[in-house]
Design a protein around this ligand. Sequence first.
Ligand SMILES: *[C@@H]1O[C@H](CO)[C@@H](O)[C@H](O)[C@H]1NC(C)=O
Ligand SMILES: *[C@@H]1O[C@H](CO)[C@@H](O)[C@H](O)[C@H]1NC(C)=O
Ligand SMILES: *[C@@H]1O[C@H](CO)[C@@H](O)[C@H](O)[C@H]1NC(C)=O
Ligand SMILES: *[C@@H]1O[C@H](CO)[C@@H](O)[C@H](O)[C@H]1NC(C)=O
Ligand SMILES: *[C@@H]1O[C@H](CO)[C@@H](O)[C@H](O)[C@H]1NC(C)=O
Length: 742
Amino acid sequence: MRFLGLWRLLLLSLLHSPLLVCCSDAGKQDNPRLQLSHTDLRLRNNSAVFWDAGEGGAYQALLLDEDRGWLLVGARDHIYMLNSDSLKQPARKIHWPAGQEHIERCKYAGKNLSVDCANYVRLLQPFNKTHVYVCGTGAFHPQCTYIDLGHNLEKPTFRLLNHVGESGRGKCPFSPQERFTARLTDGDLYAGTSVDFMGTNAAIFRTSVHSSNQHYMRSEAYQDHWLNEPEFVGSYSIPDTHSLDDDKVYFFFKETAVESNQLDKRIYSRVARVCKNDIGGKRSLINRWSTFLKARLVCSVPEPGGMDTHFDELEDIFLLETKDPQNPVIYGVFSTSSSVFRGSAVCVYSMASIRASFNGPFAHKESPDYRWMEYKGKIPYPRPGTCPSETYDALHKSTRDFPDDVVSFMRNHQLMWEPVMPIHRHPVFTRIHTPYRLKKLVVDRVDAEDGQYDENFKTEEIVLEELHVFKTQSPILSMELSTKRQVLFVSSEENVVQLPVQRCELYGKACVDCCLARDPYCAWDGSSCTNYFPSNKRRARRQDVRYGDPWSQCQDMREGSEHAELKTVYGVETNTTFLECVPRSSQATVKWIFQPNLSQNSKELIAGEENLIHMQRGLLLQHLASANAGLYLCVAFEHSFSRTLARYELHIIPENQMSRAQNNHPGNHAASTLSFKELHLIGAGGLTADEYCEHFWYREKRRQQKLRSLKWKQVTENRKARVRRQNPPNEPLGGGETADFS
Ligand SMILES: *[C@@H]1O[C@H](CO)[C@@H](O)[C@H](O)[C@H]1NC(C)=O
Ligand SMILES: *[C@@H]1O[C@H](CO)[C@@H](O)[C@H](O)[C@H]1NC(C)=O
Ligand SMILES: *[C@@H]1O[C@H](CO)[C@@H](O)[C@H](O)[C@H]1NC(C)=O
Ligand SMILES: *[C@@H]1O[C@H](CO)[C@@H](O)[C@H](O)[C@H]1NC(C)=O
Ligand SMILES: *[C@@H]1O[C@H](CO)[C@@H](O)[C@H](O)[C@H]1NC(C)=O
C-alpha cells in the first residue's frame, strides 16, 4: 500500500508540474501564470499581511504551532510571538541580547560590531509540551536556553529561562551568516554546523540537551573524506524500520567533492545518515560516528551523449510526509555551479532510492595517488552503517560492540559508490538562463477528489517573478507553511509576511481563467473563481466543475467576444498611435488580427511588418497611412484556446483634413460583427473553453490510468525481487532494507 500512496502523490505532482504536463512551448509555460508585484500584494485586500514591527530585523528562524496558533520568530537580540491567524494582531517579544563581555570580545577579534556582534536567534525547536529550545549566536559565542510557554494554551506564558544558559557549541554556528541545520529529537540535538570562531571546523554533531550528560558525538575533524567544506541545508529524523533501534537522522548538504577530479574543484550535493543509537567505537572512533554514511544526490537533466546538465548545488530541502512515516518524499531545490549558464531545478527523491544507495557498494580510495573507485573487497559483518540492535544480533547491543574490522572499515568508507537519482531520473521543474536562483521551496499537499496534488512554491528573490514579496530584493530567510490555515509565512531581513496560498480571485473574473489556471486550490463556483478547501462538501463541487454541468456556466466563453468592447480610435496620417492589450496570464501568447474592411479577409499581423511594432503592452503603429485603417483584434492564445482581449476600429484622418476630423463620422461598425466563432477558429486547436477543460481532464485521467497500471506492474516486480533477496523471508516488506546482511 505504501508504494501506491507514494506513487499517487508523485504522479500527480508530475502532472501538475508545468514543465511536464503540457508543454510543447516549454519556455513560455515555465512562467508562473500570475505575476504579482510587491505593490500588488500590498494593495490587494487579504492578499498578504506584512509584519515589520520588530526591532532588530534578521528574522532567521520560524517555528509554527498549528494547534495553539502561534508563530515564533527568531530575530536579532529578540524572539517574537506572533498570532498565526493574523500577523495584524499585536506581537509579544522577549529581549535576549548577547553578553556584554562577548560583544567586547567579538569586537576585539575583528568582527563587525554592528553586523556580527549581536545575538542572532537561529534555532527554535520544540522540546516538550511546555518548552521550546532556542539558540542564538551570542556575538560569536553561541548560547542556548528554553522558552517557557506554560500550560495555558489560550494565553501562553512566553518567558525565557535565562538562568539555564547552555553552551551553543555544536548546536548553533558562531556566525549569523553561516548556513547550518539542527534537529532536536528524543532529547538530543543533531546539528550540522561549525564549532569554531573561524567557521572552518564543521561537523555533524549530537549533543544531549536536557541532561547533565556531557557525552557528544561528531564527525572526524579536518578529514576531507568525512566532510569537505560542507554547507548544511537540512536534517530530519526518519525511522527506517518498525524497530526503534533502526532510527536514523538524515542530513542534506553540499560540499567540495573529494571524488571528482582534483584539479577542478567541484561541489556535490549529499545525503548522509547516522544511527540514533550510535555511541561511537570502543578503541577507535571514540565519540565519533561509527555509522556515518553519505551518498551523492544527483539532480540532472539527461542529454543524449551522456553530457547531462547537472544541478549540483543543493539550496533547500523539503520533506513531505506521507501516511507511512518511513517513507516521506524528499524535494530538493538545486542550482548549477556552472559558469556557462545559471539555472535551478527541483528534484524529487524516494526514501527507497536513498536506502538503495546506502545498501549498495562503497566508494574506495587505495591511497592518495589513486582514484576513487567502487570497493570490490570483502565487506565486514555487520555491514557498516547498520545500526546495532539486539534483535538482529545479540552480540551487538551497541556500536561499542562492533568488531574492530567494522570500525576500521568505517574510518575510511563513508562515501557510497552509487549516487541517489531523482524519481524519473529527471527534475520535475527547471528554470534556466534566469538572473536568479531558486533558494527555498515549500511543498503542500492538496487533497483533491481523485488523489493528491502537490503545490510547489518556489521562492526567494524567485519571488522575483511569481511574487515579489519584499520591496527590496532581499532573500527569503525562512518559510513555514500552515496547512491548517492555508497560509505561507515567509521571513526576510526586514519582514515577516503572511500569504494566503489561495489567491483564486486573482486569476480573473472569468470561468475560463479559473480553468486554465489549473490551480488545485481554486474552483469555479458558478460565478467566480473561489478558494477550494479540501472538505467533503467542496470536493463534490469540485468534481462537478471537472466533469459536470458547471462548465456550461462559462458563459463568457460561449457568448463570444462581446465583452471585449469595440473601441474606436482615430489616428492622424503620418502620426503614431498605440493600441493597448495586456494579457492577464503571462503564459498567453498575443496575436494581432487585422481586417482592413468588410470585403477583405482578416490576416495576422506578423512582428516586423512595416510600420508595426509588437510590444509587451500592445501594438505600436508608426507613420500611419490610410491602409492602416480597419479592425484590429488582440487575441490571446493559451494552450489550444484563444480569446479576444481587445477590439479596435482605427480610422485614419488624412493630414490635410485635420480640421474636419472631428465631424467625420465613421460609419463602418459592421466590421465588428466578425463572430467569436470565426475568430476562434483562427486558434490552433479551435476548442472552446469547456471543451478544452473536458479534453484536458479526460486526457489526464487516461494518462493516470495508464501510469497506474504501469506502476502496479513495477511495484509487483519490485516486490518479487525483494522477496527473493530478503533473508529471512518472513521479514515484513517495509523492513529489511537497512538490515542487509548480504
Ligand atoms: C480593500 O478594502 C477596503 C476596506 O474594506 C476598501 O475600501 C478597498 O476598496 C478594498 N480594496 C480593494 C482593491 O478591493
Ligand atoms: C560593518 O558593516 C556595515 C554594513 O555592511 C558597514 O557599513 C560598516 O562600515 C562595517 N563596519 C566596519 C568597522 O567594518
Ligand atoms: C519541559 O522541559 C523543561 C526544561 O527542562 C522542564 O522544566 C519542564 O518541566 C518540562 N515540561 C514538561 C511538561 O515535561
Ligand atoms: C501627433 O501626435 C502627437 C501626440 O498625440 C501630437 O502632439 C502631435 O501634434 C501630432 N502631430 C500631428 C501632425 O498631428
Ligand atoms: C477595401 O480595401 C481595398 C484595398 O485596401 C480597396 O480596394 C477597397 O475599395 C475597399 N473596400 C471598401 C468597401 O472599402
